[in-house]
Design a protein around this ligand. Structure first.
Ligand code: ATP
Length: 361
């Protein structure tokens, strides 16, 4: 086990593409750490640079006490699991799992015994003689994990390890991975573009944009208090409503409506009247009512334009009467709503976030 320390890590690809931009990051010993961000933000490059599969243009990588920036992958004591598992199709499961030990010149008998032991831990004992093509996607993924585990690395690096599985298997594999990581306690860095996966699995998450970290925190911190509008719009199964508004005392004017300002932050209250801000509220922290506006102070009037059935809830899209961007509201599955009806969205003040110049106040 080992911590990972990245200092000023920079990667510039030919053609002047800056994939990592002087990145500083400390990943703790034993941590399950997620790299999250949109396509092209540098997640895979970061993982490959830790693994030594890409060389850094600048900065350093340390694993545990050792600086490994100049070391080849084989000498970094890391194991990487790729999105496509990268199994050898012509080898049996036993030989695939034992392959890293073969490279380390472990005698065949020990290799085979070790492969059988790891396979048993991952529920693969019955498949040792099969080839990858004779296994399901979930089983192939476990073989890839088993191969990574076979030589007890200090660090696991996973590049979208669940993306080739169907939705149900993916949930199962997610729980399995989380339990396995807890049991082994190996420092694990995994890349995903699926924020639900990152929120569910990680101890901490780094959200990347254009080779830089936009926020680093626990899933709860990142979900509850996104540090900037980029993270706010990226995290959450339905994105946060981000409504342009202006300060009016303790209220924020959005269109013609006055909405309650946030509770518990003095920074927003200290803004001068007329200051331009962005009013952030998640769909699940808005209450919907079809009552008349006069009965509903602090609400945004609108008209329902779309109703999406999400199973246990419905997601309403409301076009504000006073113009401005549409907003989304989560309501219970059994609330009677019809497209076209007028309605009001009421923010829960304790969940309101105010952004100024893109950053959370
Ligand atoms: P995705 O989620 O789509 O896999 P990512 O966040 O993993 O994306 P990277 O693959 O790390 O992003 O790519 C970061 C940037 O570097 C992108 O702009 C990409 O086009 C560029 N890039 C990646 N590999 C190379 C390469 N070998 N040569 C030139 N540019 C590259």
């Amino acid at each position: 086990m080992a911590a990972i320390s990245l200092t000023g890590l920079t990667k510039v690809y030919p053609g002047d593409v800056t994939a990592l931009d002087a990145l500083d990051l400390e990943i703790r010993d034993g941590e399950f750490f997620a790299l999250l961000g949109p396509s092209g933000c540098g997640k895979t490059t970061l993982l490959r640079t830790i693994a030594g599969l890409e060389s850094a243009t600048g900065g350093t990588v340390a694993i545990g006490e050792r600086e490994v920036t100049a070391l080849p992958p084989g000498r970094r004591d890391v194991a990487m699991v790729f999105q496509d598992y990268a199994l050898f199709p012509h080898m049996t499961v036993r030989d695939n799992i034992g392959y890293p030990l073969k490279i380390r010149k472990t005698p065949a008998a020990r290799r085979s015994a070790k492969a059988a032991e790891v396979a048993a831990e991952l529920g693969l004992a019955d498949y040792l003689a099969r080839r990858p093509g004779q296994l399901s996607g979930g089983q192939q993924q476990r073989v890839a994990l088993a191969r990574a585990m076979a030589c007890h690395p200090s660090v696991f690096l996973f590049d979208e390890p669940l993306s080739n599985l169907d939705a149900r298997l993916r949930l199962e594999a997610r729980t399995f991975l989380k339990r396995l990581q807890r049991e082994l306690g190996v420092t694990t860095v995994f890349v995903t573009h699926d924020q639900a996966e990152a929120l569910a699995l990680a101890d901490r998450i780094a959200v990347l944009e254009a080779g830089r970290i936009r926020q680093l925190g626990t899933p709860t911190e990142i979900y509850r208090r996104p540090a900037n509008t980029f993270v706010a719009s990226f995290i959450g199964s339905t994105p946060m409503n981000l409504l342009p508004g202006t300060v009016r005392g303790a209220w924020i004017r959005v269109g013609d409506a006055l909405l309650p300002g946030p509770i518990g932050t003095d920074a927003a209250a200290a803004l001068p009247d007329g200051a331009e801000v962005v009013y952030g509220i998640r769909p699940e922290y808005l209450r919907y009512t079809a009552q008349h506006a006069a009965d509903v102070p602090g609400a945004l009037p609108g008209r329902v334009t779309v109703i999406e059935n999400l199973g246990s809830t419905q997601l309403l899209t409301l076009d504000p009467v006073a113009g401005g961007p549409p907003l989304q509201v989560t309501v219970p599955e059994d609330l009677p709503v019809t497209v076209g009806e007028p309605g009001y969205a009421l923010p829960r003040p304790e969940r309101v976030l105010i952004y100024r110049d893109g950053n959370l106040l």
